[in-house]
Design a binder for this molecule. Structure first.
Ligand code: NAD
Length: 493
């Protein structure tokens, strides 16, 4: 493990908490408050509930801070602030709204190292991923949508777009700041106001984003951030003054929200789970494909909705792929997320670790063969070695259900037709990967895969300009790109 953070006592601030200074790699100083309130109407305030929960560093099990739990009264205040801010924000010249988004993007870049360290401490992901993916991508989303703010008339030619009003946004714990950016940036660009609820285990970077909103002078109430568990999210989703709900999370909760909101007149977009296929054909460059498979499933410990968790290998190359996969996986470094050479960090929570372990047991009990990297795991914290199963049948639980961990199920196919059938044999449809040297095969197979994103000879590549979303039980609506704006506008012909 890297040296433990140096903690200094600081003067009391806000509502009487000591502040801690953690000295992180590369000398980045990260201030973590002992307690965090809610961000409502441009200010941090204690929750009306008077209740707090711990947020824990999953790599060390150390409590980092206490986070407020929003109750109905807190949700009322946050929604009222967003409602009050809406008329003025909506009327603001679009180029002025764009300026705020640009400033937010710049401040995310300027505070990038601090945000990366905080993301890794709170969520357990490797620092190289927070530093090179999460934080830069979050900035890019604000830059991208700043560009759209005063060009909405060109997004939907011949139509006039008007904002919806107060948007409730609920996000998961796998890409905390990035998911906040995916949600907030398009909503603001389109002239809406927001109440965002981050996931209970990873609220710190969203609260840090709130500081950035203060720094750039975003008008009070335009974005409000309330923290808490699922109940806080449910109260927010159900609030009568919310016009739209954008939810990213599990299919189970997504379905529940869809049922609850039916008939309410609220707009809804759902980004849910996945069980994405990654298909290697015999004519693929095998080393490149194996690298892509590893990236597809072990990136962010497999806590990725579009993770390539089902690997389909054409029969003739199965032995070779498995041999190279084993060598490649053995080289992955698992451990201290603050070490810049770490490939897999900690599992986000004890609960998620228990879920993953349950799937490992079920996989073995149902007859699949489990392989694990022999990487030495730290004694404290929540860890799972990179795992892959062979002898997997499509009917096995591990081939059907989303595990959301570093677990790959390997299966074979003979013909392209069989690959397509097997790949589509899932209730999900978020993403897919194809590895082949033949361009014509790419176009044919990609067009027949039921998935919102199909990567060809690559995996897990993201772009703010590219719409992301699912088929089937992976949800509906798109985020990112021109299409993502539609979810935040009422269009008039
Ligand atoms: P989750 O559904 O348990 O929680 C997601 C968020 O919803 C959290 O903020 C949680 O507090 C809140 N929540 C929980 N119950 C709620 C309720 N009844 N009403 C309102 N809000 C509620 O999911 P999770 O375990 O945090 O995240 C993992 C899941 O998210 C995986 O299934 C993954 O595939 C999915 N995910 C999807 C995408 C995507 O873009 N499609 C991206 C990331 C994660």
């Amino acid at each position: 493990m890297s040296p433990s953070p140096k903690i200094e006592s600081k003067p009391e601030l806000d509502f009487g908490n000591a502040w801690d200074y953690a000295t992180a790699p590369e000398g980045t100083q990260v201030v973590i408050q002992e307690k965090y309130g809610l961000f409502i109407n441009g200010e941090f305030c204690p929750p009306r509930s008077k209740q707090f929960m711990d947020t824990v560093n999953p790599a060390s099990e150390v409590v980092l801070a206490k986070i407020a739990i929003a109750n109905h009264a807190d949700v009322d205040l946050a929604v009222a602030a967003a409602k009050a801010a809406f008329p003025k924000w909506k009327r603001l010249k679009a180029s002025e709204r764009a300026k705020y988004l640009f400033r937010i993007a710049r401040r995310i870049q300027e505070r990038g190292r601090e945000l990366a360290v905080l993301e890794t401490l709170d969520g357990g992901k490797p620092i190289k991923e927070s530093r090179d993916v999460d934080i830069p991508e979050a900035a890019k989303h604000f830059f991208y949508h700043a560009g759209w703010a005063d060009k909405l008339d060109y997004a939907f030619p011949g139509l006039t777009g008007t904002p919806l009003g107060v948007c409730a946004q609920i996000i998961p714990w796998n890409f905390p700041l990035l998911m906040a950016a995916w949600k907030i940036a398009p909503a603001l660009a389109c002239g809406n106001t927001v109440v965002l609820k981050p996931a209970e285990t990873t609220s710190l970077t969203a609260l840090r984003l709130a500081e950035i909103f203060q720094e750039v002078g975003l008008p009070p109430g335009v974005v409000n951030i309330i923290t808490g568990p699922g109940n806080s999210g449910a109260a927010l989703a159900a609030h009568k003054d919310v016009q739209k709900l954008a939810f990213t999370g599990s299919t189970r909760v997504g379905k529940e929200l869809a049922r609850n909101l039916a008939g309410s007149g609220k707009r809804l977009t759902l980004e849910l789970g996945g069980k994405s296929p990654n298909i290697i054909f015999e004519d693929a460059s095998i080393d490149q494909a194996v690298d892509g498979v590893v990236q597809g499933i072990y990136f962010n410990q497999g806590h990725v909705c579009c993770a390539g968790s089902r690997l389909f290998v054409q029969e003739g190359i199965m032995e070779e792929v498995l041999a190279r996969l084993a060598v490649r996986i053995a080289s992955l470094r698992v451990g201290d997320p603050m070490d810049k050479n770490t490939d897999l960090g900690a599992i986000n929570s004890l609960g998620q670790l228990a879920t993953i372990k349950r799937y490992l047991e079920v996989g073995t009990a149902e007859g699949a063969h489990m392989h694990q990297s022999t990487a030495k795991l730290p004694k404290r914290g929540y860890w799972c070695a990179p795992t892959w199963f062979t002898e997997v049948q499509p009917s096995h639980t591990i081939a059907r259900e989303e595990i959301f961990g570093p677990v790959l199920s390997v299966m074979s196919f003979r013909t392209p037709e069989e690959a397509i059938t097997r790949a589509n044999n899932t209730p999900y449809g978020l993403a897919a990967g194809i590895w082949t040297d033949k361009g014509s095969k790419i176009f044919e197979i990609a067009s027949r895969l039921q998935a919102g994103v199909v990567w060809c000879n690559s995996y897990n590549r993201f772009d703010a300009a590219s719409p992301f979303g699912g088929y089937k039980q992976s949800g509906f609506g798109r985020e990112g790109g021109r299409q993502g704006l539609w979810s935040y506008l009422e269009l008039k012909a």
